[in-house]
Design a protein around this ligand. Sequence first.
Ligand code: HEC
Length: 411
Amino acid sequence: MESDWAAWLGIILRFVHVLAAIMWIGDSLLFTWMEFHLIKPSGQDPDTSKLGSLDMLHGGGVYHLEKRVLKAGEIPSPLHWFMWQSYTTWLAGFVLLLTLFHSGNGSFFLDATKTTIPGWVAMCLSLAGLFGGWLLYDGIWRSPLRKHPWLALLVSLLFLFTAAALYNQIFNGRAVYLQIGAMMGTLMTANVFFRIIPNQRKFLAALEAGQAHDLELGKQAKSRSLQNHYMTFPVLFLMLSAHFPQLTGADWNIPILVVLVLSLMVIKWLMNARQHFHDWLPCLGGTFLFSCAAIFIFLTLPRALRPPATPEQIQIMAGRQLFLGKGCAACHMQGTSALAPDLYGVFGTTQQLTDGTTLLADESYLRESIRTPQTRVVKGYAPAMPAYGEQLTDQQIDSLVAYIRSLAAPP
Ligand code: HEC
């Protein structure tokens, strides 16, 4: 029953998280699109409060939109605010992350070939990244560096990629991508909560008090909004990366992450620049091809030299390679048992089979499950797993079994 509740909670949280994220990112994309398409007022217009206007065809009519500076005491009503999509996305995502910790006590994040630290340490490191990341990023963009946005961006990205490389020392590849996505998502919501909305509240309060529209506050809010906007594509990709085990589990997963984040930001920038940059489309195509080629090279490049490992570790690493390379990971996705049983912690547990019997999941059972999965089928699943007996050598099956054994068990 308990696992039923967890499963239901997981379904609801995931759906709310994705739905709110679509609404939020949709807004971010539309508002930035409008910003880049505003037509500046002609010099003859006596009304200097106008910043620009725009006509958009939709739903059988034309929206005439005007952006302007407000005069003291002149606050339109009703005035629409945009923040709840962002808060909802983050809250649902954060609770989801906590359920992942809860289900495996942090072991969901770890990689047995890299570390033996306990799960709760992984959990603390992950949370420290979410909150520490914000303090660092916010510090950069409040320091004098913000006067040089390109430099501030460079420093922020350097910290982000360093964090990815450090997490990769202990986390498994999938968890590293998720962690970096969650860190960027946290920056985005914290931008809304701590900087954008308070700044807007402040300038509205000033207007109400009869003071002039404080453009500096608006500018700061706009700069953070724009940073959020450029994070949308990379965050979306990282959040979906559980479906791309080839990338997350690659030997060079961190350089691949760097290429992905940078190219998606450049692509968004080129899309925004199309009004004034004639060659945006060929450049966009070029960025796409270049990043695909770079990722392809990283996928084929041999593994970097690591300090010599023990024979067991080497076998586990070989097993992990096979697990990714032979497509096992596509069905046996870590953290979910939707398509196939989650193999985390399976070793040494009692398995319920479709024929009503139970059996200890020991090495010989694992071997048989890989060679001829149809012999004994796990309860609740169709006999959908292909037989690998012909495709894999005994040595390869031994490596796979060693890898599955190494997957940390939930407590
Ligand atoms: C097409 C999806 C698919 C692929 C690919 C696949 N499996 Fe499976 N696997 C399943 C399903 C479904 C089950 C549960 C039914 C059964 O026992 O046959 C399963 C069961 C297992 C079990 C028994 C798990 C338990 O809880 O008792 C092991 C071990 C296993 N697979 C390992 C592997 C390995 C190793 C590979 C790659 C060489 C692999 N699988 C590839 C779908 C898949």
